[in-house]
Design a protein around this ligand. Sequence first.
Ligand SMILES: C[S@@+](CC[C@H](N)C(=O)[O-])C[C@H]1O[C@@H](n2cnc3c(N)ncnc32)[C@H](O)[C@@H]1O
Length: 271
Amino acid sequence: MAFRGWKWLLLLGRQNTFAKAWRSRRGGPSLRWKRCCHWSASKSLDPEVRAFLEENTEVTSSGHLTPEIRLRLLTPRCRFWREKPDLWPYGDPFWAIYWPGGQALSRYILDNPRVVKGRSVLDLGSGCGATAIAAVMSGASQVLANDIDPIAGMAMILNCELNHLNPFPITIKNIINSEAGNWDLIVLGDMFYDEQLADGLHHWLRKCIRIQQTEVLIGDPGRHQFLSHSIHSQLHKVIEYSLPEYTRQENNGLTSSIVWSYQPSNSLENC
Ligand SMILES: C[S@@+](CC[C@H](N)C(=O)[O-])C[C@H]1O[C@@H](n2cnc3c(N)ncnc32)[C@H](O)[C@@H]1O
């Protein structure tokens, strides 16, 4: 199938070679604030970036599992759905899609607020920030969103605004391989799409569980890289959601998305 616009991103996990080629050809995101690692709610958005994001996304609350959350997303009505990706001035916009893994996690949190209520939550690989937003809406005492794409951080601030929330702290530092953070709960939606990334995540999550007794919830719609990874044998199924028709069509035949609890049997071993 020939993909001309950003819709090829939806081949998550199957497009990595292509994605890497784009990145090496275009270089990384060129933003004057790209070195900024930790934003606070008061950090204002670069007006040019804000205007670009507002012009090139659509506000939507339908077609996904959490209609109570409004998001700016890339939809078939947006110019870059079909426009040549090399006209896009930033890195690949994974944040502009609400992935099935994140949808399942957010639905689960909104329906079961006790999972996050009064707890500190890290949303790792936040993308559009929907799962972090669900955690705030459900009463988490502290939420940190982490995504290595600085534009994702900007999009999350816009998405908080849309949902009448004060933006939560956002970090764009790559925290995998760093010290285990002291979080009650780490949530990861659709993060196991690349083998190397999956290995890094697995190692770091085990460390967090061993050192901090962190609880870990993973949302995934059954991607090959996830099902074939060694972490899969140490998961307990929490809940499965049937995906809305629009998300099914967007995701080339995926029909459901599962929330898993990661409980390594050997979490006491040295990592
Ligand atoms: C497939 S998207 C999932 C986004 C969101 N969790 C959801 O389910 O809608 C994966 C996201 O992870 C981010 N990402 C990739 N590697 C990362 C890393 N090492 N640390 C933090 N975020 C990362 C990407 O920038 C992207 O926004």
